[in-house]
Write a protein that binds this ligand. Sequence first.
Ligand SMILES: NC(=O)c1ccc[n+]([C@@H]2O[C@H](COP(=O)([O-])OP(=O)(O)OC[C@H]3O[C@@H](n4cnc5c(N)ncnc54)[C@H](O)[C@@H]3O)[C@@H](O)[C@H]2O)c1
Length: 384
Amino acid sequence: MTTHADGAERAGRNPLRRLAEGPVLITGGAGFVGANLAHRLAQSGRSVVVYDNLSRPGVEQNLAWLRMTHPDRVSAEIADVLDTAALTRAVRSVSQIFHFAAQVAVTTGMLDPRKDFAVNATGTLNLLEAVRSCASPPPLVYTSTNKVYGAVDDLPLETSDARYDLAAQHGSRGIDENRPLDFHTPYGCSKGAADQYVLDYARSYGLSTVVFRMSCIYGPHQFGTEDQGWVAHFLLRALAGKSVTVYGDGRQVRDILYVDDLIDAFLTAQRAMPRLRGQAFNIGGGRENSISLLELIDRIGKLRGQRPEFERRGWRQGDQRYYVSDYARFSGATGWRPRVPAAEGIARLHAWLRDNLIREPGRIPTRQPSVALEKAPAIARAMQ
Ligand SMILES: NC(=O)c1ccc[n+]([C@@H]2O[C@H](COP(=O)([O-])OP(=O)(O)OC[C@H]3O[C@@H](n4cnc5c(N)ncnc54)[C@H](O)[C@@H]3O)[C@@H](O)[C@H]2O)c1
């Protein structure tokens, strides 16, 4: 395994070479999105520094898997984004940065807004300041959220049995970047503040930064819980033979994007950084990959031959009835578009969870898993 110090030494000698060959820093690199990106980069021969405090239950297993799979390419810095000294050290030797570390759940942010603000807003500012202090600041991609557009409750919606949909006369592909910002919930505010700082550091200090305002991402290595990662959470519950709780009427619609498509978009953004810098892009599966909670339950039923049971509860704070990304700005600028249809992605994730996490409901997997169930409290909770 390469050490961070090796990279720093190489980088210190020749900044130009550093830009071409230096490692890639992923904050939150042990998380769902981070682990998938780290894997793809390492597969392509890049060195990756995972910067993560491992606060999300279960993600230490992602890191163990990355280290096992790429012992020479993946190194780790177990640290917090609130640790400015560690962050500053980490950015010094790298050629690119992806900033994912965050408090990621709307519900958790409601319970502890100070912590949510500290990690999401102050943590991002800490990173930007660390980048600004570099002699040649590495380009940075930041993952913001569709929650920066608020409730989006002014859209004309049609209601059918299983979903909300945009009324035909609306004629739009979804929410584009011209939508006014309207931060809702502490999570929306802290992520939104960070989103604006990341954009402003391109304006005010000339950094190369891009913001992705993402809708629902799903795929392998996702520890979906009731609070975040609903596609994985519903599948895990179904695999465990448990019912799911549907908050609201279940007709709420999201566009979902398979994580491999997101990784393509990240790599595209870094390649096209000189053209894209200073801009925010809505990234998601788009209207063609939109699905409601009730439709997901039906789809899982088709995959498993039995529709999962569910019970209803009241609406949750900040829950949008309809959110579908219009990704045309990014697509127009780069040619990127989602390639994995929702039905195929859900089937792939179902197979991955079944093969890697749960062989039989309620039992620990018998073969070497990517993630050990007994060490993944989020998964264990999903099975209760
Ligand atoms: N997954 C989605 O659907 C989605 C949608 C919109 C935006 N996002 C954003 O994408 C990013 C990645 O999301 P994810 O689904 O991979 O989440 P995740 O929870 O799986 O990963 C986040 C990682 O950050 C780490 N982390 C948390 N606090 C930290 C801190 N203070 N210091 C260092 N590390 C810390 C966690 O341990 C975890 O490994 C997040 O910024 C999230 O807000 C995700």
